[in-house]
Design a protein around this ligand. Structure first.
Ligand SMILES: [Zn+2]
Ligand SMILES: [Zn+2]
Length: 180
């Protein structure tokens, strides 16, 4: 689900990649209607000038229930945080089966580099796969190439692949009731 003014190529690119991957697990992807950023105004913390990530999840979970979907993933350009953390790239909740990712700190411009749509999309795909992994019951993985490895910075995000390692894939199949 696109949130506010997120670029269409990112939403389409994520939907395309996730859709192709998850089709092997019996799931398909649909792009939902744009949710206006104003819906999440209560998530805004004026002192931090950031949005609390957890406020996004119940709203996304409501849409998921209405659509009778296995999971909901929101994509926002707003800067997200959680208590105790300076920022988060995203958040996924297995109970709500909802996740949110932010492109704010994935943009090369954020680190003073020149704008690069392809790099931004690759990073956003990895964060989407990561948070969906949490939604489907995966924890963090010690394998730094596995998409379930924790990213402290975009350096970690750039090192990992967009795929689950064999062990995480097996857990995912088990959690989704798919036999390999
Ligand atoms: Zn994580
Ligand atoms: Zn793994």
């Amino acid at each position: 689900m696109p949130i506010g003014g997120i670029e269409e190529f990112l939403v389409w690119g994520i939907a395309d990649f996730v859709g192709q991957y998850y089709s092997s697990l019996g799931l398909s992807v649909k792009i939902g209607d744009v949710i206006p950023e104003e819906v999440f105004s209560r998530a805004y913390n004026p002192l931090r000038r950031q949005y609390a990530g957890r406020f996004f999840l119940p709203v996304l979970a409501e849409v998921r229930k209405r659509k009778n979907a296995a999971a909901a993933l929101g994509v926002t350009r707003l800067d997200l945080y959680e208590e105790g953390l300076n920022f988060i790239f995203g958040l996924g909740h297995a109970g709500l089966r909802a996740a949110i990712i932010s492109t704010f700190r994935l943009r090369p411009e954020f680190c003073g580099e020149s704008s690069d749509g392809e790099l931004l999309l690759t990073r956003a795909i990895k964060e989407a796969m990561h948070e969906l992994g949490h939604v489907f019951g995966l924890g963090h993985c010690p394998d730094e190439r596995c998409v379930m490895h924790f990213s402290n910075s975009v350096i970690d995000t750039d090192i990992k692949s967009p795929f689950y390692c064999r062990s995480c894939r097996r857990k995912l199949e088990k959690n989704l009731g798919v036999s390999s």
